[in-house]
Write a protein that binds this ligand. Structure first.
Ligand code: SF4
Length: 367
């Protein structure tokens, strides 16, 4: 399959690994920001093939995992209201809120629907003018353009019964927050190619020079990741801290200019709380005042939210790279993909789910 098979070629992977081993003279710790990259690394065992002491720290780049508990609870409250059709991508339905999840609301009679695009939700709104249709718009810079376009279309079409519950988060402020953390061990970053395909690379050089960390933009297939690691190790060994684009087939320096213009029109930067991490200044998007009429939070004025995480869940430490998932006592026991205690076990991109899917038996034995 084009763009998959040729980026999983075992001979090329071995060659890249040989180069990484030859270049490495001491331990290094690098963080892959994106949950998709985490899954690929664990699935293909890439971290186990690296030279001893070269550690992959799994970052907070799973959008489902970092959506704040308060927003999940707001989604639950809105979805339970009569007259509301609440639309979401499927992986949000099992994310635990303080008390239940969206599946619980659905089984109690709420009209919760899985859609594959925010435009599906807009279509539903046009088909049901007597109902309020809400789309749960979460994610990084990657999913934001489609949500922005949907709000733009809702206004253009005069679809007043559509609204967006927004909780978008941004990668560069998260990198800054990680580097500012007193317990930070990260010496380099693999940046997420899909984020950069939208936003370009211009936000990263100031971060690389301020924190003296190499940042290599890369993709999600095994060879993409190995090439990203190879370039990162070469920079670390040489004492360089530059931004490199190892994913040129998808990423241009300027990103996707029309998408960025749409984002600038529809959203504005805001402080955002990340689940398990806390508030990061100017790390999210909300609907701008120009589109406030489509903001579900304003429309439904949900109040009285009192959040409470499972006391067993250590996903905050997982998301900050301070522990690996199997170091949580609940991993694979009280917490499984079927009965997740935290968001990092729910999402296909969550580090706990990745470890459970691909490392379950060996880690259970090792504990
Ligand atoms: S294994 Fe479960 S309880 Fe432990 S940190 Fe991960 S999501 Fe939380």
């Amino acid at each position: 399959m084009k763009y998959l098979d040729e980026f999983s070629d075992p001979d090329l992977a071995r060659r890249l690994l040989d180069q990484i081993h030859a270049a490495t003279t001491r331990p290094w710790a690098m963080m892959e920001v994106c949950g998709g990259q985490t899954h690929s690394i664990i699935r293909h065992g890439i971290d186990q093939l690296l030279p001893e002491g070269v550690e992959m720290i799994h970052g907070p780049g799973c959008p489902v995992c970092v959506t704040p508990l308060e927003v999940i609870d707001k989604a639950l409250a809105i979805a339970a209201r009569p007259g509301v059709i609440f639309c979401s991508f499927g992986d949000m339905l099992r994310v635990p809120g303080s008390g239940q999840d969206l599946f619980g609301v659905k089984s109690a009679g709420g009209d919760v629907r899985v859609v594959y695009s925010p435009l599906d939700a807009l279509k539903l709104a046009r088909e049901h003018p007597d109902r309020e249709v809400v789309f749960f718009g979460i994610g990084f810079e990657t999913t934001a353009p489609a949500n922005a376009m949907t709000v733009y279309q809702a206004r253009r079409l005069g679809t007043g019964n559509f609204s967006l519950l927004v909780s978008h988060v941004l990668v560069p402020p998260a990198i800054a927050a990680i580097m500012e953390s007193p317990r930070c061990r990260v010496q380099a970053f693999l940046a997420a190619g899909h984020v950069c395909s939208v936003m370009g690379t211009a936000e990263y050089p100031p971060l690389a020079s301020r924190y003296r960390v190499p940042i290599v933009v890369t993709g999600f297939e095994p060879l993409d990741i190995l090439e990203g690691i190879r370039r990162t190790v070469l920079q670390l060994e040489a004492g360089r801290y530059e931004v490199e684009n190892a994913y040129p087939r998808a990423v241009r320096d300027e990103g996707n200019v029309p998408a960025r213009e749409m984002l600038l029109d529809v959203f504005e930067v805001t402080d955002r709380t990340w689940r398990g991490i806390g508030e990061i200044p100017r790390s999210g998007w909300r609907l701008s005042d120009r589109y406030a009429e489509f903001d579900a939070e304003r429309r439904f004025a949900v109040t009285g939210i009192h959040t409470g995480e499972s006391p067993l869940c250590r996903s905050g430490e997982v998301l900050r790279g301070l522990i690996k998932p199997h170091e949580c006592a609940a991993f694979g026991k009280r917490c499984t993909p079927r009965n997740p205690l935290g968001a990092t076990m729910v999402s296909a991109e969550g580090a706990c789910a990745a470890y459970h899917a691909y490392r379950r038996l060996e880690l259970a034995d090792a504990r």
